[in-house]
Design a protein around this ligand. Structure first.
Ligand code: AMP
Ligand code: ZN
Ligand code: FE
Ligand code: FE
Length: 289
């Protein structure tokens, strides 16, 4: 049997990765992938370029990673990322919310950069934002790269550890989309939703199993089980939970180019799980014409 290789979570320069959408699909094909999803944060702006550059033999799943928040039982807000696939990118409610969020991303990055500058760190908010497309989803990796350029840190990872991570001095939260709203909007737009790295504790507080059960009830399609930020025990727990709740299980690299050390195709999704995901979407992946 030929093994199909499927990676359903990658970022391009359209958000905070370092490969253009075209380079990303070429890299995916060179890495031996059969299916790749483009899931830039809070934007679908890279879809067209990825489709145009699509090599023969590679299927593209157009997607996005939506920045969301869930309410924990104690009332605290927990950051959650929702991978959305195969939806109508022109659905009005979705377009409006994504535009709001990208504005919110720029506002928040400016606050973080200005606080750092006020403390004497050599970063300039206008310069960082000026390097990006005016409608781009600005994120902490852009600020991290400015710190690398200024010689304050030697890697993006070091910038997160010392300055930008949750709980670090300069972290500023964002007003993200309520996760239930995101699930509803994507379902309305004909797509499917997968909870990204749900138990990645290194990123901060995570959702509970109870919350995942509620989201499954609400229409969530799947959970990302195999992700670089999940250890073997976490993957085992999530696999069990997914089976219990009837959720599709995915595996993906969360590739960001040189902003992270992960390689594309490092984690993959089983073909039967991918089929189950496709069965719940109204659109199909794109292949080279
Ligand atoms: P933001 O969207 O502004 O909240 O920034 C989060 C982004 O930074 C996500 O895409 C993460 O994958 C990335 N990120 C988080 N922690 C790190 C880290 N330690 N090194 C590199 N990238 C990170
Ligand atoms: Zn990212
Ligand atoms: Fe994420
Ligand atoms: Fe991601």
């Amino acid at each position: 049997m030929v093994r199909v290789r499927i990676d359903l979570h990658t970022h391009s320069t359209v958000s905070d990765g370092t490969d253009s959408p075209g380079d990303l699909v070429r890299l995916a094909a060179d890495a031996g992938l059969d299916v790749v999803a483009l899931t830039d944060h809070d934007t679908t702006a890279g879809w067209e370029a990825a489709v145009s550059a699509l090599p023969a033999g590679l299927s593209l799943v157009p997607g996005a990673e939506l920045s969301c928040e869930a309410l924990a039982t104690d009332g605290r807000r927990v950051s959650v990322h929702v991978l959305a696939y195969l939806f109508d990118p022109a659905a009005p409610a979705l377009v409006a919310e994504q535009q709001r969020l990208r504005r919110e991303r720029r506002r928040r990055l400016r606050v973080m950069a200005e606080r750092m500058a006020a403390d004497g760190l050599p970063v300039d908010a206008d310069d960082i934002l000026g390097r990006l497309d005016p409608d781009a989803p600005a994120g902490r990796p852009h600020l991290a790269r400015a710190l690398v350029r200024a010689g304050v840190v030697s890697t993006v990872d070091e910038a997160f550890t010392r300055f930008l991570g949750g709980g670090r001095g300069y972290f500023v939260p964002r007003a993200d989309t309520p996760v239930t709203t995101a699930i509803d909007m994507i379902a309305e737009a004909g797509g499917v939703t997968v909870l990204a790295h749900p138990f990645a504790t290194s990123r901060g507080p995570t959702v509970s199993e109870e919350t995942i059960a509620e989201l499954a009830e609400r229409g969530l399609t799947g959970v990302e089980v195999d992700h670089p930020d999940h250890d073997p025990e976490t993957r085992r727990r999530l696999r069990e939970l997914a089976d219990e709740l009837g959720l599709v299980r995915t595996g993906s690299s969360d590739y960001h180019g040189t902003n992270k050390t992960i390689v594309i195709g490092q984690e993959t999704t089983d073909a039967d799980q991918f089929e189950a995901l496709l069965a719940r979407a109204s659109r199909t992946p794109v292949t080279a014409s």
